[in-house]
Design a binder for this molecule. Structure first.
Ligand code: XUL
Ligand code: CO
Length: 437
């Protein structure tokens, strides 16, 4: 097979002084930071749907991207050819992981049986390419939102047959993820929400969503799939309100329905800002509750209220994200999946390289800076000191559950006043972060 990206060779690390836009300035896969290579820390993944299926169409205009390898048909032959091109891209870029939805990699057929057969034909090639290149599947998922049958949702559809179809599709997607040695499986509730409460039985829909996930947990055991399950929170788009609106809402849902031990979260930067949080907040909330599994690395535009899925280049975001990841001890099954697409006007194949190189370099810098901040202890020392009143005396007694309100009253009546004695030093800390950046 001739090369699809023929003018582009393997992207190398050339260091911070390089002016070559097709080289890494910071991402040096084999460089060891805190006992682990950058490759093992960052676990970069390419999102098949954006990089190989998103032509750049928007509500006002058609696709712009040049994909000379793609004949534009929804045929299995085209899907197989595209899969080979995707692996050429992964290899040249030097990423070790990719992620896909079932319908990204293989065309949907006229029946479920036909769709499954199409998927099997392409999965055979994906497996061959994984073996040839050593590139692995970070996670798989099922597209339960694009086909018109899912207009009311899948697990939360008003129609039981649609729920059943979604379940059958997830079963197959889990089987192929397992077949490909996928390290995880994502549930993003594309249309699991509502447009108007006037036609919606919210309680019933939530019960159905939980039932659906319990079925998936059971099926996982039945087929012996050992990958990690993740829910990916997002508050809106395409529906006006989606049930998995943010990390806290997901956690409450998982706890209520007895699923908290079976699913972690896949936190996406742009999905964090849509409900009015920062990316760092969603990551930290997840990590604090033992739920941070994986990350969809991208960037939104705070002036726009939708999911722009831009490549991540904001250094502060990358530093804060990597601080949380390092503080939790690093990824286990998860990684940094670029759920990002090139701009509609960046339409040439080489733009895919520039975009991913930029995201990888930004996170590599984030990793290096976060590691230096962590090792110097500037934040952890400050925070430990800030909470030191809890380490002894009344604070330690409260944490140990030794005292109640009666004892607090005796203590405070005796002491007379509570005086917080240290400044929060917000600006000093912000300046310190800038010193490292
Ligand atoms: C949509 C989104 C999805 C999930 C996988 O906003 O992020 O692509 O990552 O279904
Ligand atoms: Co995503």
């Amino acid at each position: 097979m001739s090369e699809a990206f023929s003018g582009i060779s393997k992207i190398n690390y050339e260091g911070p002084t390089s002016k070559n836009p097709l080289a890494f300035k910071h991402y040096n896969a084999t460089e060891v930071i805190d006992g682990k290579t950058m490759e093992d820390h960052l676990r970069f993944s390419v999102a098949y749907w954006h990089t190989f299926r998103n032509g750049g169409a928007d509500q006002f205009g058609s696709a712009t991207r040049l994909m000379p390898w793609d004949d534009g048909t929804e045929s299995v032959a085209n899907a197989i050819n595209r899969a080979r091109v995707a692996f050429e891209f992964f290899e040249k870029l030097g990423v070790k992981y990719y992620c896909f939805h079932d319908r990204d990699v293989a065309p949907e057929g006229a029946t479920l049986a036909e769709s499954n057969a199409n998927l099997d034909a392409v999965v055979k090639v994906l497996k061959e390419e994984q073996e040839r290149t050593g590139v692995k599947l970070l996670w798989g998922t099922a597209c339960l939102f694009a086909n018109p049958r899912f207009m009311h949702g899948a697990a939360t559809s008003c129609n039981a047959d649609v729920f059943a179809f979604g379940g059958a599709q997830v079963a197959k997607a889990m089987e192929v993820t397992n077949e490909l040695g996928g390290e995880g499986y994502v549930f993003w509730g594309g249309r699991e929400g509502y447009k108007t409460l006037l036609n919606t039985d919210m309680g019933r829909e939530l019960d159905h969503l939980a039932k659906f996930l319990h079925m998936a947990v059971d099926y996982k055991k039945q087929i012996g799939f050992e990958g990690q399950f993740y829910i990916e929170p997002k508050p809106k788009e395409p529906t006006k309100h989606q049930y998995d609106s943010d990390a806290a809402a997901c956690y409450a849902f998982l706890q209520k329905y007895g699923l908290a031990d079976d699913l972690k979260l896949n936190i996406e930067a742009n999905h964090a800002t849509l409900p009015g949080h920062t990316f760092a907040h969603e990551l930290e909330f997840s990590a604090a509750n033992g739920l941070l599994g994986s990350i969809d690395a991208n960037r939104g535009d705070l002036l726009l209220g939708w999911d722009t899925d831009q490549f991540p280049t904001d250094l502060y975001d990358c530093v804060y994200a990597m601080l949380t990841v390092l503080n939790m001890g690093g990824f286990t099954t998860g990684g940094l999946n670029f759920d990002s697409h090139v701009a509609r006007e960046s339409f040439e194949p080489v733009d895919l390289f520039y975009a991913h190189i930029g995201g990888m370099d930004a996170f590599a810098r984030g990793l290096k800076i976060a590691s230096a901040i962590k090792n110097d202890g500037i934040l952890s020392d400050f925070i430990a000191k800030r909470y030191s009143s809890w380490d002894s005396g009344i604070g330690a007694d409260i944490e140990a559950g030794k005292v109640g309100l009666k004892e607090l009253s005796t203590y405070m009546l005796d002491k007379g006043e509570a005086t917080p004695n240290d400044s929060g030093r917000v600006e000093m800390l912000e300046n310190m972060i800038n010193d490292y950046i």
